[in-house]
Design a binder for this molecule. Structure first.
Ligand SMILES: [Zn+2]
Length: 216
């Protein structure tokens, strides 16, 4: 099976896609990884990508499509791809469909992790890390024991790079750009909405249920 996982930044998409990769023996296709790999290999395309990135421009859909096709056409990954962070827009979604049919494949399921902006804000602003043992807590969802301390006498510090404004912006951009993509897959009856505000284990068990049905 080939699946797509959608979810706003901070929804736990990475955790869930890693779980799927491990339990269903899939290959995670992330365009960021593909680009980095190509740059590292210094292929002619890699060098082109390097100059585009260095100039501050965005890599075109055309280049992304070339990279995606190398994976889809590879028999090693046939019918075992999980797309993470792709397709990002309608034209990429349409192109992905064309590419998959070219290699006699299709998307079997689209999993959409639904998390409200309010919860994402709390996940960010409530995050606390123990400076001694690096354990991560959240003052709203997973408070540390003993009045904000974890290891004895160590205060938990909020990460200062957490910026709520950035998160809001990313969330809104995500919603706006993926809406037409989700509509596209809804018309194909492929979208499964999942409450991403449940705990990790509950989400994993739901995902397992969906995907086992496809496999069987
Ligand atoms: Zn600690």
């Amino acid at each position: 099976m080939n699946i797509i996982i959608f979810g706003p930044p901070g929804a736990g998409k990475g955790t869930q896609s890693d779980f799927i990769v491990k339990n269903f023996n899939l290959f995670k296709l992330s365009t960021g990884d593909l680009l980095r790999e190509e740059i590292k290999k210094k292929t002619p395309l890699g060098l082109k990508i390097t100059s585009i990135v260095n100039s501050g421009s965005l890599v075109s859909d055309e280049i992304i499509n070339i990279l995606i096709e190398t994976v889809i056409s590879n028999s090693k990954y046939k019918n075992r791809i999980i797309f993470d962070g792709y397709p990002r827009n309608l034209s990429q979604a349409k192109n992905l469909n064309t590419l998959l049919s070219k290699y006699n494949q299709k998307i079997n399921k689209v999993i959409k992790l639904q998390v409200s902006l309010n919860v994402i804000k709390k996940r960010i602003t409530g995050r606390l890390t123990c400076p001694k043992c690096s354990k991560i807590f959240n003052e709203f969802f997973n408070p540390p024991p003993n009045n904000m301390t974890c290891c004895v006498g160590e205060l938990l510090k909020k990460r200062d790079d957490d910026n709520v404004d950035v998160a809001i912006k990313r969330y809104e951009t995500y919603e706006k750009s993926t809406e037409p993509v989700l509509e596209f897959y809804k018309k194909m009856n492929l979208v499964k909405d999942l409450n991403g505000e449940m705990n990790i284990e509950s989400i994993q068990s739901k995902i397992s249920d969906y995907l086992t049905v496809i496999e069987g």
